[in-house]
Ligand binder design. Structure first.
Ligand SMILES: Nc1ncnc2c1ncn2[C@@H]1O[C@H](COP(=O)(O)OP(=O)(O)OP(=O)(O)O)[C@@H](O)[C@H]1O
Ligand SMILES: [Mg+2]
Length: 262
């Protein structure tokens, strides 16, 4: 499949109305004796931005990794675009390529330039020619606001620039959903905004997103819904206004108090 049209990230109006992009139902997950997810259920709707917050160790990364089939689950179901998927299935790579994942530590290929990082999967997995992949990479670097960095290697880029290359690399596969796991927590304060601005733009263009973050200002302004997790359970799901003004659960209130007033 070769597809040279420029990346469009407009709202997917054609998505079957009423069908979640991701449907997580009754997930349980243990690592040995440690039970890290308890009966977790959440639907992610097309063009929705869901922000996941919660204390360290509450299971946020594990939930994202289960969604993306990087972890197996002990119980429960995950459906992607209405189709049941599971990590045991042989189609895990096919499913995963429709989900863009962005990690705290960027995880770029150090031996490839920014453009090279972005071009790799479209060439290897989608069969784009080098010229097509390069065009796509340049368009995406423009999108993440570093068009001048195409030929720079990760070691020559700031953390904020590296993370924007990682976002561009994920977008190059034209994913149906972007999963971000604390995308700014390894960054110096002055670089946080430039990365959050890119994620915000993508969300506002209709990219379905799940973002684990401690950035409450971002959560408040970008999230359609906020999920609060504690000790492996979803304690609360609410739109930001309700979440920040009237968190219903005492554990949510305690967490917000800690994070907002220290
Ligand atoms: N591969 C693993 N093997 C064993 N235990 C794990 C593994 N991955 C995670 N855990 C444990 O599962 C629990 C949930 O971890 P997880 O990384 O999902 O939390 P988190 O909410 O993302 O925390 P943080 O905010 O610190 O990133 C923790 O107690 C963690 O130590
Ligand atoms: Mg984590």
């Amino acid at each position: 499949m070769t597809d040279t049209t420029p990346p469009t990230l407009t709202k997917p109006e054609t998505t079957a109305a009423g069908a979640p992009v991701l449907r997580v139902t009754g997930l349980d997950k243990s690592f040995g004796p440690l039970h890290v997810l308890h009966d977790v259920s959440i639907d992610i709707w097309p063009s929705e931005s869901v922000v996941v917050i919660g204390p360290s160790g509450s299971g946020k990364s594990t939930l994202l990794r289960c969604m993306n089939l990087l972890e197996t689950v002990d119980r429960g179901d995950i459906a992607f675009d209405g189709q049941a998927i599971s990590a045991e299935a042989r189609d895990a790579p096919a499913v995963r390529r429709h989900m863009g994942m962005v990690f705290q530590n960027f995880e770029l290929f150090q031996h490839l330039s920014a453009a090279g990082n972005i071009m790799l999967a479209p060439m290897k997995v989608l069969g784009l020619s080098e010229a097509e992949a390069r065009d796509r990479a340049h368009a995406l670097l423009e999108k993440v606001r570093i068009p001048e960095k195409a030929d720079f290697y990760p070691s020559e880029l700031s953390g904020g620039q590296q993370q924007r290359v990682a976002i561009a690399r994920a977008l190059a596969m034209r994913p149906r959903v972007m999963l971000y796991d604390e995308p700014t927590s390894a960054l110096d304060p002055e670089m946080i905004k430039e990365v959050l601005d890119v994620i915000r733009d993508l969300s506002q263009e209709g990219m379905t997103s799940v973002v684990v973050t401690h950035e409450m200002g971002f959560a408040r302004s970008v999230a359609d819904r906020i999920v609060f997790m504690d000790e492996g359970r979803i304690i609360e799901i609410a739109p930001p206004d309700r979440f920040f003004e009237g968190a219903i659960h005492p554990r949510t209130a305690r967490f917000l108090d800690q994070i907002l007033h220290h």
